[in-house]
Design a protein around this ligand. Structure first.
Ligand SMILES: CC(C)(COP(=O)(O)OP(=O)(O)OC[C@H]1O[C@@H](n2cnc3c(N)ncnc32)[C@H](O)[C@@H]1OP(=O)(O)O)[C@@H](O)C(=O)NCCC(=O)NCCS
Length: 262
């Protein structure tokens, strides 16, 4: 890796490079979505991406050579963005993946848009695990996509002066994990009955409880859905599907602090 690294936004002329990197077998094997697509399909997707102000992609250059790329797409909740990245297939293992992750996540642009970054990587993808851990991402359990096992990653970007109290109604085993992940992210903490925000995970509740105080209801029994969001301060198209309940809880907490600040 040289000393002349420069991060810049994607532009039209990156279309072919990003396609070639994406369909290279050494990148493909680590993609969660293994479907193949033509260059024409990619070019349409790329043009739509560039014209969408809600999304954002960066290239890392070493000298004038493109060496890695990263993109940020809106995740499930407002203020949360999902990362996908790749190093140039012939240039992996040289530190470019880690560098683009570090540089892009802390740009002014991303800090302005995102309270929380999320990512998922295939369980066996050791290089990606290394770069996420090295750059301060917190592992938030596992998830599944079809039969593939995934690791879920979170990076809170918002500096929250006063973490939100949320009262949780959940099995003790979930409460323990929720407490740990919230303390690691610093976005919220498990509050008592005075907390304005209440979140039910799985546990059956009476209609009365549901309509008198519930803000959010996560169904953890089979998949992880947010199936009720009364008085949530943004429009959400329900149900919202998450990779696991912990990433759901943290995205919701990040989203609430993001919406309150905005
Ligand atoms: C994940 C990825 C972006 C990492 O980029 P990179 O430039 O290779 O990362 P780094 O050079 O910073 O190295 C990461 C670590 O993984 C190791 N590594 C990289 N490629 C490796 C390989 N093929 N086999 C074994 N280890 C490897 C590196 O040695 C390094 O470990 P170390 O610092 O302890 O020596 C890159 O491997 C890649 O593009 N993979 C395909 C796409 C992908 O998996 N994206 C992530 C999911 S969104």
């Amino acid at each position: 890796m040289g000393n002349d690294l420069k991060l810049r936004r994607w532009c039209e002329s990156d279309c072919r490079t990003i396609y070639e990197w994406r369909v290279d077998p050494s990148t493909m094997r680590w993609c969660i979505d293994q479907s193949m697509f033509s260059y024409e399909e990619h070019a349409r997707w790329f043009a739509a991406f560039l014209s969408d102000s809600g999304r954002c992609g960066f290239i890392l250059e070493d000298g004038s050579n493109p060496v890695a790329q990263i993109r940020f797409d809106p995740a499930e909740m407002p203020g949360c963005y999902r990362i996908s990245l790749a190093a140039a297939p012939n240039l992996t293992g040289k530190g470019y993946g880690s560098s683009i992750l570090r540089l892009a996540c802390h740009t002014e642009e991303i800090r302005r848009r995102a309270a929380l970054l999320v990512a998922e990587t295939l369980h066996e993808n050791l290089p990606s695990q290394k770069i996420f851990v090295r750059n301060g991402f917190i592992q938030a359990g596992q998830g599944k996509s079809g039969s593939a096992e995934l690791n879920c990653w979170l990076l809170p970007l918002a500096v929250v002066a006063q973490p939100l109290p949320i009262q949780f109604f959940a099995e003790p085993v979930w409460l323990e994990d929720i407490e740990k992940i919230l303390s690691a992210t610093g976005l919220a903490f498990p509050g008592d009955a005075t907390a304005r925000i209440k979140m039910f995970l799985g546990a059956a509740v009476s209609k009365e409880e549901l309509y008198s105080s519930t803000l959010l209801h996560l169904n953890v029994s089979d998949s992880t859905l947010l199936d009720l969001a009364m008085r949530f301060p943004a429009d959400l198209k329900l149900p919202v599907e998450f990779y696991n309940p912990l990433t759901a809880v943290v995205q919701i907490a990040a989203s609430l602090s993001y919406l309150q600040q905005g």
